[in-house]
Structures are given as C-alpha cells and as structure tokens.
Design a protein around this ligand. Structure first.
Ligand SMILES: [Zn+2]
Length: 154
C-alpha cells in the first residue's frame, strides 16, 4: 500500500476531466513501480468498456506482453464496478487499492449497484432478457478446444 501510487491514480482521474473523460483513474504497479496508467475513455473513445481499470489493464498487458498480470497490483481512484472487478480477476492481479467508494460514485451519478444486484439473480429474473440457443452447435467448439494439444490456456 503506497500512497504515492494512489496519488497518481487520483491525478489520472483529475487530469481526465480536462480531456473530456469521466472522473476515474487507475495505475498498475509491478515490483514497486507504475507500469501502466489508465483513465476513463468511455465518452472520448465511444467505448462503453473503457473504464479506467480496463484501460490500465490493457496498457499493462501490452507493456508486459502478457495476459497474466499476476505479481501486479492495481490502484484505482474508485472502487471497481463489476466489469472492472471481473477484468481484475481475469488478469490475475494480486491486490486492489481504491480511494472513492461505490457509494461516492453513486452520489455523483455513476450507479453500478444495479449490476451488483443483478449478478446473484437467476437468469430469468434479470432485467436484460437472456436466452440460451444452439448449445449443441457451440459445444462442438468446446470439444475441439478440449482436444486441442497446442492451446494457450489461461
Ligand atoms: Zn468499471
């Protein structure tokens, strides 16, 4: 836990306001140094997935030339939303430090509690209708993957 890294994540969030983005910033740290930064690029890039943490993870993965960010820590100016939290898990990041809470984000109009509430619900009870189809056809690719001997597992 190094306040210097959180200062930088917060600075990324603050500087991003002048660039037309949302008030969120994040940095990825490895071996005691910042290897990547990110700020929210949703509106600027017209990319709904370009949250600060996702942008920082993409930059860190590019920098390390690896999809596995184990050994890294992320400092984010706000508690991660469910998408970013998932991305952090997929990236195998060791530890998360956050500054603002999700309640703070909710208070300024960024409410991700709906998504947190949706996840534990049964599929049929969620707001966005979701239907399984052509499962047998899709399973063929899963079968091929299982049998593939030269795959890169993650
Ligand atoms: Zn997010």
């Amino acid at each position: 836990m190094n306040p210097e890294f959180m200062h930088r994540a917060i600075a990324c969030s603050s500087e991003n306001l002048d660039l037309g983005g949302g008030p969120f910033g994040a940095v990825v740290v490895k071996d005691g140094k910042i290897i990547a930064e990110g700020s929210n690029k949703v509106t600027v890039n017209k990319d709904p997935t370009a949250h600060a943490e996702v942008v920082a993870i993409r930059n860190a993965a590019k920098y390390l030339n690896d999809f596995n960010l184990s050994g890294c820590e992320i400092y984010t100016s706000c508690e991660p939303c469910p998408m970013c939290l998932s991305a952090i898990y997929w990236a195998r990041i060791d530890k998360i430090y956050y500054a603002n809470t999700r309640e703070d984000a909710k208070n300024i109009g960024f409410d991700d509690s709906l998504i947190y509430d949706e996840i534990p619900l049964a599929i049929e009870d969620r707001k966005i209708p979701m239907y399984s189809m052509l499962r047998d056809e899709a399973l063929q690719t899963f079968k091929k993957w299982t049998e593939k001997s030269d795959k890169t597992e993650y």
